[in-house]
Ligand binder design. Structure first.
Ligand code: MG
Length: 252
């Protein structure tokens, strides 16, 4: 039986979640568009920066969202209001010093800066091939020593992101819900990898995990309210939205 609790906002990752299976993405679009005016607020939350996210949703045929959360929670973009929400960037920027963070990373050898389109005021991104846990600890210690309150995120044995301590997808979701007056238990989230776990961890939020999710996410949501779908990517998200009562159970 689908749940009947109200869903006022749906916040989803893109790659491997709403994107990845083109036919399922098209099905999602069709059903979403059929919901009419009382549909939930739609938010996309991605590691991509906003311009890039706009490009991939158009290429993938997904509906336009009400908000974008870009750069792993470092920027919130409101297309209706014409762009980036400065209040959020200001909230993140407290005790964050980008110039100092860059200086510290540059003092390490073997780390190369990623292209400008991967960078923003609150996201400093680098390539560091095969860094060991000890290397990352050295970098964290150097940032601490320089007084930069940052988190160091390393993935794919290559990509290094240095972000303000509070920047993540979960905090960005909290911020949007607060701004819109949406109770957190009226939000549903979806995602497939480790950087999505902070959304599932927001208190009261319900989740959808597609079948292709990475083990690190499955482990992180084990004790949380997350629906484990049988389908991959958008096919799993459609199942989850039926489960949460957002999409109709019987559809043509
Ligand atoms: Mg993903």
């Amino acid at each position: 039986m689908p749940e009947t609790k109200r869903v006022a906002l749906f916040c989803s990752d893109l790659d491997g979640t709403l994107l990845g299976l083109p036919e399922a993405s098209a099905d999602f679009r069709r059903i979403w568009d059929s919901l009419g005016d009382d549909r939930p607020v739609l938010v996309y939350s991605t590691g991509r920066l906003v311009e890039d996210a706009m490009r991939v949703i158009r290429a993938g045929g997904l509906p336009e969202p009400d908000y974008y959360i870009g750069g792993v929670g470092t920027v919130i973009h409101d297309p209706g209001a014409g762009g980036v929400i400065p209040d959020y960037a200001e909230a993140l920027s407290e005790d964050w010093d980008l110039a100092k963070a860059i200086e510290v990373v540059r003092s390490f050898s073997g780390i190369e800066e990623q292209p400008a389109e991967q960078q923003n005021e609150c996201k400093s991104s680098w390539f560091w091939h095969d860094a060991s846990p000890a290397d990352l600890d050295r970098l964290r210690a150097a940032l601490d020593e320089a007084g930069v309150t940052a988190q160091v995120i390393y993935s794919s044995a290559r990509d290094l992101d240095v972000l303000p301590r509070r920047a993540n997808k979960g905090n960005a979701l909290r911020w949007i819900c607060g701004k819109l007056g949406v109770p957190l238990d009226e939000a549903v989230v979806a995602g497939d990898t480790g950087n999505d776990s902070s959304m599932f961890q927001v208190e009261g939020v319900r989740g959808i995990v597609p079948a292709n999710a990475e083990p690190e996410l499955i482990e992180a949501v084990r004790d949380l309210d997350a629906f484990r779908a049988r389908g991959e990517c958008a096919a799993g998200i459609i199942e989850g939205l039926i489960h949460h009562g957002v999409f109709p159970q019987h559809r043509s």
